[in-house]
Design a protein around this ligand. Structure first.
Ligand SMILES: [Zn+2]
Length: 313
């Protein structure tokens, strides 16, 4: 794959291999004072490097919690280490999507991702609050995936950025880490957020990842805002909006093309507007003021979601 932007050096995370938790690439820091257990995770997808830069920087800075406990982790490290500049998108995963295995941890199966998820499970189960750092295949506007529950939306609103909060049900192909256990239970006070920072290797994605992580950590109370690296916080947007996902549109045979370039969270005013063609079959917006969530211009495999449709709620 040519012409992909790689605007920063990838961090050498091998120095964090030993961890301090008994599990490689997982650190747990206890404050000894009462407070929540808070987890910041990177590399759920191996080529989503902005999050790895953030966790690497927090470990390097020696950030420690004042209250509760702080877990810092790198998830799909094997995928990260498989990165090849000639095929940069392949290092998203090794055998399967780490973020679809969380309903199958106790079932048979021995993929790289299932093994790693089983190792991470006790940390995810312990966490009261989780921030999972992701980025995007295409150059798209950042968004926060708040999950299906009101508590996720409320949490995203407290973080205060980015502008777009996406309320969605996840994927029929398997549960995400951010929906696992108490995070997906409306009766539990636990809450998780998933940030999509922008294109995987854009410098701007690192800026977004740092901003959201700094806000998240200060909000949880495990650290004070002044404990975080200087310069991470960015200006707060005037408003946020909540987009409720209504449809996930998949390409039948991997031959979907959009009629124009969309940047993400574009609003299409009129129902019946042709967005693109799947195998020459026109695809139209089903209602007025339809928001296009994370449109993908690179879907080449049958069955892959190429865009989600949503309404501002
Ligand atoms: Zn991802």
């Amino acid at each position: 794959m040519a012409d992909v932007p790689i605007e920063f050096d990838f961090p050498d995370i091998t120095r964090w291999r030993a961890g301090n938790s008994g599990t490689e690439f997982v650190y747990v820091f206890e404050s000894g004072a009462p407070g929540p257990t808070v987890m910041v995770n990177a590399l759920t997808h191996g080529n989503e490097v902005s999050g790895a830069i953030v966790v690497d920087a927090l470990l390097d800075a020696g950030l420690r919690p004042r209250r509760g406990a702080l877990i810092l982790s790198f998830a799909n490290v094997e995928a990260y280490f498989s990165f090849n500049k000639d095929h940069p998108f392949k290092s998203r995963m090794v055998n399967e999507d780490f973020n679809r295995v969380w309903s199958r941890l106790d079932q048979p199966g021995d993929t790289v991702e299932l093994r790693r998820a089983r190792l991470l499970r006790p940390f995810v189960e312990r966490a009261d609050m989780l921030l999972d750092l992701h980025s995007m295949h295409d150059d798209c506007v950042p968004l926060m995936l708040a999950g299906p529950l009101e508590k996720g939306v409320a949490f995203a609103q407290k973080v205060g950025t980015p502008i777009d909060i996406i309320r969605d049900k996840g994927h029929p192909s398997g549960r995400r880490m951010r929906d696992y256990g108490g995070f997906g239970d409306p009766a539990s006070p636990k809450a998780a957020l998933l940030i999509e920072t922008g294109q995987h290797w854009r410098a701007s994605s690192v800026v977004v990842a740092k901003d959201v992580t700094a806000r998240f950590l200060a909000l949880t109370g495990v650290v004070d805002a002044a404990d975080l690296p200087a310069g991470w916080r960015q200006p707060t947007p005037d408003t946020q909006r909540v987009v409720e996902v209504t449809h996930a549109i998949a390409t039948k045979n991997g031959n979907f093309t959009f009629t124009q370039r969309y940047n993400g969270q574009d609003t299409v005013p009129r129902a019946g507007t042709v967005l693109g063609h799947d195998d020459d079959v026109p695809f139209v917006t089903p209602y007025d003021d339809c928001v296009l969530v994370m449109p993908s211009n690179h879907a080449v495999k049958p069955g892959v979601t190429i865009v989600r449709l949503g309404r501002v709620s």
